[in-house]
Structures are given as C-alpha cells and as structure tokens.
Design a protein around this ligand. Structure first.
Ligand SMILES: Nc1ncnc2c1ncn2[C@@H]1O[C@H](COP(=O)(O)OP(=O)(O)OP(=O)(O)O)[C@@H](O)[C@H]1O
Length: 305
C-alpha cells in the first residue's frame, strides 16, 4: 500500500483535543495541501503521520506502515521539513548532511551525490564547507530541505518550505517539489501561502481541529462561484452600490474589473442590475472560480460558527 490513508485520527493533550475524526487519503505522485489557521492541528497531524506522536484514536498508514505499530519503518520512509530548520550552527553544511546520513544509517558514498545535486540546484554547493551559523535564513531553509531528502524518502512532509526565501529561490524549491511528486513520491504541504498551494497542490484538506473540507482544488474553488465583470473606468466606485445589495457580496476590484462572490447563482442578475443602476457601463460578465483564499476564509468562518 503506498501513499497515505488516514482513518478517524485524533489527538488529545490532557483535556484539549488538538484534532479529531480526521479521515483522508493522499495518493503517490500527489502534492496534497494541509491547510488551516494557527492552532488548527496541522503540526500535530504531521507529527502523528511521521511517527513522532502516537494518536489518541484512529489509525493511519503511511506507505503501508501503521503509525501505531511500525514507527521505525515509518521514520525511514518519511522526510520531514519542520518549521525550524534544526541544523547545527557549528557544523558546516557538509557535516550537517553527513550527520543526518549517519542517523539514517545511509552509505554516505551512495547518498552524497544525491545531496550534492540538490545543493547545486539550490545554489549552495560553493558554501558546502562553510559553517551553517554564517548562513542566511534562506540558505538555512534550503539546506534543511536537502537534509529532508538525504534518505530518498517516499513520503515528504513540508511545513512552509518557501518561508523566508526570495522569489527566485522559492521558485526553485517549488519546481523541486513538483519534480519530487512526478517521481511518484507523496508530498504533504502545510502552508499559509494559499497562492503557493494553488500552484503546487492537486487536492487539499482544510482542517480546524476537525476536517472542514477535502477536495481537488478545482472543486474547492468552484464551491460557490464568482462573477468576473468588466466595466468602463475605475470599478472601485461601484463598490457602495454592491454593498447596498441585501446579500452584500464580497467584492474584489482592480482597474476596470470586479470579482463579485456569489453564494447563489440567482444573485447574478441583481448584481448586474445594481451596477447598471449606479451608472456602470458593463462590457462583460462571466462566471469565474473563486480564489482559494475566499473559499478558505469562508470555510474557517463557518467552522467557527
Ligand atoms: N505538546 C502539546 N501539548 C499540549 N497541547 C498541544 C501540544 N501540541 C499542540 N498542542 C495544541 O494542539 C492544538 C493544535 O496545535 P498545532 O501545533 O498542531 O497547530 P498548527 O495547525 O500546526 O498551528 P500553526 O499554524 O500555528 O503552526 C493547539 O491548541 C496546541 O496548543
């Protein structure tokens, strides 16, 4: 069995339930987003799926290994990039990687070329013999990613992998993540960067102590549509007319474009009538998918309600 299967997973810390009733699956070759606000239980879930915490309830299989009974095999199969890079400042990049190779009981001669290829890709090869203490935040993050990959893991958990990276480095890392998935690995991406999630992930779960939604991103974004409207002149001036509608839709405006979020198809004619009554010359109005951010925020609000 490959990929990840999660069945009714729960974790309690004393009286506090961090997560409960989590059920989802992640396929090989998939980049899967695990999303949720601060304190939603993402880290707790990842720690259970990487054998660092035992679940209070439920079961999960990661590449066929039970998180309850096969912790040792599990840890050999997974790579985990945590929020903190967790490197030894006094050691050089090479020494850090060697240390983690030893921890994984790897044959260094076999494992090093793979690490070096990533170091080169991430622009770190020239600094391999410098102590990490002198590395910038982005360099440390990239080295931590290389460390996550030294043992050629089948399942990779990445917590905010591009945090602190400049746009070019972030792109390099995103390309590497996409490539790892095309090699048939399973990747779980925890991120608050929803545009990154939209670019990388095929499916996502949104959690807040429990599962609020799990679906392909294309489906999540369709859940409740938007209307993409082009008007003459600056669209922003029509915002008050739309705000006065009984259903007060959320509106984004940019130049001559308005994106109006609808909770119901039947609201579209009222939106257009309000614009025309306010003097707008409407060039076009087409149904559009909602930005992931809109869907996410709405689900979180409903989850709290
Ligand atoms: N070791 C622990 N002991 C007690 N409570 C904990 C422990 N670890 C996590 N929690 C609690 O579980 C809940 C979920 O925390 P978790 O760190 O999993 O959230 P998160 O989604 O990763 O948040 P963030 O986005 O801020 O990293 C929080 O209420 C947190 O206080």
């Amino acid at each position: 069995m490959s990929g990840i299967q999660v069945q009714g997973l729960a974790k309690r810390f004393g009286d506090r339930t961090a997560v409960q009733g989590l059920t989802f699956d992640v396929r090989p070759g998939e980049v899967f987003g695990l999303l949720g606000p601060n304190g939603a239980g993402k880290t707790t879930t990842v720690r259970m799926l990487t054998g660092l915490l035992l679940p209070s309830e439920g079961e999960a299989f990661v590449w066929g290994h039970s998180v309850r009974t096969h912790g040792e095999q599990l840890r050999r199969t997974v790579g985990l990039l945590t929020e903190q890079p967790g490197l030894y400042d006094r050691l050089t990049a090479r020494e850090n990687l060697r240390f983690f190779m030893k921890l994984h009981e790897l044959d260094e001669a076999a494992a090093w070329p793979r690490a070096l290829a990533y170091l080169e890709r991430f622009g770190l090869a020239a600094r391999v013999d410098d102590p990490c203490g002198g590395f910038s935040k982005g360099m440390r993050q990239k080295l931590a990613i290389v460390r996550t990959l030294v043992h050629d893991p089948k399942v990779i958990f990445l917590d905010e992998p591009t945090s602190g990276l400049d746009p070019e480095s972030a792109r390099t890392v995103r390309d590497a993540v996409a490539e790892l998935a095309t090699e048939g690995r399973t990747i779980v991406l925890c991120s608050h960067n929803l545009s990154e999630v939209e670019r990388l992930c095929t499916r996502a779960a949104i959690i807040q102590g429990r599962l609020l939604a799990m679906a392909p991103l294309s489906e999540l974004r369709r859940a409740g549509q938007a209307l993409d409207i082009r008007v003459e002149g600056d669209a922003e001036r029509f915002r008050p007319a739309l705000a006065a509608l009984p259903f007060a839709p959320n509106v984004l405006s940019e130049g001559g474009r308005l994106k109006v979020m609808l909770s119901d198809d039947a609201q579209a004619p009222d939106v257009l009538a309000a614009l025309v009554n306010a003097g707008a010359r409407v060039h076009s109005a087409v149904p559009a998918n909602r930005p992931l951010e809109e869907v996410y925020l709405e689900l979180i609000r409903q989850g709290r309600g």
